[in-house]
Ligand binder design. Structure first.
Ligand code: PGA
Length: 254
């Protein structure tokens, strides 16, 4: 089944409000000339740059959220606050948050539930470390992370969530997974989604690949049936390269 692709830019700790404003103005201008049919585009900047994005032709995403609505939680931002800003998507469980900020499978699950309650679409990141792959347990790791993230989670529509397969060894390293490695994992994820949500919904949830995606390797990845888009870090900071990825995807025969 051909699903609408997602191309999401994860800016991480890059681009403050002024740079975000300039980038998004230019992105909107250039997207206006293209009339996209096959692709949903998302930009996820740092929190402080969210209001500066002039989303015209693309959606706004956050990189994290806290699961309580309000209260004494210094430094946190709630789903209700993101909603007020017009945020439509939120990355959850990125491996950098798991590695550097004590994100656990349990907190990923709490965040997914909190976002869905406010009608924000979680992009759930899962993926194995190099040692897991070397030990041959990568599918088990991904299945477990996904099951934990989806504990007690129900959705109304398949577009309500997306899953991003991001092998930790591929993030920011230049070591992209081969299209076949990614496809094999996406098939495992697809099976888990169909088991959790039923075939009808599970077969239509978009599964993105992330980890050293660029304007050259996108073509091989997107050729695969179960790869429904990409979560892009470093290369999403470069407008020309980001647009070139979008153009590759848009011009594909469907
Ligand atoms: P990268 O990051 O494209 O820079 O490897 C991907 C991600 O972390 O989402």
């Amino acid at each position: 089944m051909k699903l609408k692709y997602i191309i999401a830019g994860n800016w991480k700790l890059n681009k403050g409000p002024a740079e975000a404003k300039a980038f998004s103005g230019e992105l909107s201008k250039r997207l206006a000339k293209t009339s996209l049919k096959n692709t949903d585009i998302i930009i996820a900047p740092p929190f402080v740059s969210l209001p500066a994005l002039m989303a015209n032709g693309f959606s706004i995403g956050a990189q994290d959220v806290y699961w309580e609505d309000k209260g004494a939680f210094t430094g946190e931002v709630s789903a209700a606050m993101l909603k007020e800003l017009g945020v439509e998507y939120c990355i959850v469980g990125h491996s950098e948050r798991r590695q550097f900020f004590n994100e656990t499978d349990r907190t990923v699950n709490l965040k997914v539930s909190a976002l869905l309650k406010k009608n924000i679409r979680p992009i759930i990141c899962i993926g194995e470390r190099l040692e897991d792959r070397k030990a041959g347990v990568m599918y088990n790791v991904a299945r477990f992370q996904l099951a934990a993230a989806l504990f007690d989670v129900e959705i109304k529509d398949p577009v309500d969530i997306a899953v991003a397969y991001e092998p930790v060894w591929a993030i920011g390293t230049g070591n992209v997974a081969t299209p076949q490695q990614a496809e094999d994992m996406h098939e495992v994820i697809r099976q888990s989604l169909e088991k959790h949500f039923g075939i009808d919904t599970g077969s239509r949830i978009r599964i993105l690949y992330g980890g050293s995606v660029n304007e050259e390797n996108i073509e091989g990845l997107i050729d695969k049936d179960q790869i429904n888009g990409a979560l892009i870090g470093g290369v999403s900071l470069d407008l020309d390269k980001f647009l070139s990825i979008i153009n590759h995807i848009e011009k594909r025969e469907r």
